[in-house]
Design a protein around this ligand. Structure first.
Ligand SMILES: NC(=O)c1ccc[n+]([C@@H]2O[C@H](COP(=O)([O-])OP(=O)(O)OC[C@H]3O[C@@H](n4cnc5c(N)ncnc54)[C@H](OP(=O)(O)O)[C@@H]3O)[C@@H](O)[C@H]2O)c1
Length: 281
């Protein structure tokens, strides 16, 4: 598995997205733990989660708790695993997603994530989504305070436009290490953010890199055509395509089954040719 950089640490070029193990349609806990262990066995050292990956209002942080359990019960060394969580998004329990970007809320959410993850400092803490009712500078100011207080090791943002990336970078005093935006073959409009992250040398974590939980299985077209040439899955080709887009891209495919994350992790060793990329682009 090739490595890429987040802040001053190296992580696997393919991460594990934890969301499918905790929202609607999630598997039982045993299968989720097996999925996390399969990811670790495959050399994955970046796990993306969020306090908002849950269903009921009474189970906030379901996914963080699951990831903590998966790491604690793994037989091997997990000291090199970077857990990336997020705050600022909420699920009130009726299926909807809301936001709260107030500094007090973000600091309180971070404290709760620290407890669930059972760590003194969160590896990578990402502001989940801008709150239109709160100045962005105030939300990111809270993340800066968390960095200064040593509650988080690295700071990232998510669902941000180029202006917000520049603003966050300035507020964090150059300590912005990652941007996580939606990007997939079917959703390419985060191209400007990907380019800006490449220019600024900030990690870019495409979310729903396969098109999202419902669409990931039906990835076809050019991706299926190239996959046929290599005798691999279209999903693996898709992840290799993400990696080829920029040296700072680190896709985080979601999984709820060991088989899918094992297949996805193998994208870290699949190199596409210029001809392949021309077809896919
Ligand atoms: N920052 C944000 O606002 C935001 C929003 C959405 C998601 N995210 C993050 O991004 C991660 C990825 O996004 P996502 O989970 O929405 O969508 P995705 O990664 O595009 O698709 C996930 C689905 O793809 C399937 N899959 C994965 N690898 C596969 C393979 N090699 N072959 C066939 N199927 C495969 C999985 O199936 P199985 O379930 O059967 O394993 C999974 O349900 C999330 O888990 C979450 O961590 C962040």
């Amino acid at each position: 598995m090739q490595n890429r950089r987040i802040g001053d640490v190296r992580v696997s070029a393919i991460g594990l997205g934890g969301m499918p193990m905790s929202i609607e349609g999630r598997p039982d806990e045993d299968r989720s733990i097996r999925t996390i262990h399969a990811a670790l066995d495959a050399g994955i050292t970046l796990i993306d989660t969020a306090d908002a990956y849950h269903i009921g209002a009474d189970e906030v942080g379901h996914n963080e708790t699951l990831i903590a359990r998966g790491l604690a019960s793994y037989g091997g060394d997990t000291s090199g695993v970077l857990v990336a969580t997020k705050g600022g998004h909420l699920r009130p329990g009726d299926g909807s997603w809301t936001v709260d970007g107030s500094p007090d809320y973000i600091k309180q959410a971070c404290e709760a994530s620290l407890k669930r993850l059972g760590v003194d400092a969160i590896g990578l803490y990402q502001h989940h989504r801008p709150d239109p009712t709160v100045p962005y500078a105030d939300s990111i100011g809270a993340v800066r305070d968390l960095l200064d207080a040593g509650k988080i090791r690295f700071a990232g943002i998510s669902n941000a436009n180029p202006e917000q990336i520049r603003q966050a970078r300035e507020i964090l005093g150059g300590r912005l290490v990652s941007v996580q935006n939606q990007f997939s073959p079917a959703f390419r409009s985060s191209e400007p953010e990907l380019e800006l992250c490449t220019e600024l040398d900030i990690a870019f974590l495409p979310w729903s890199p396969l098109g999202g939980i419902r669409a990931a299985g039906s990835l076809g077209g050019a991706f299926a055509e190239v996959a046929g040439r290599y005798g691999v899955s279209p999903q693996r080709v898709c992840l290799a395509w993400h990696l080829a887009k920029s040296p700072i891209a680190i896709p985080i495919p979601g999984a709820s089954r060991p088989e899918t994350i094992i297949d996805s992790a193998a994208a870290g060793t699949l190199t596409l040719t210029a001809d392949d990329l021309a077809v896919l682009n």
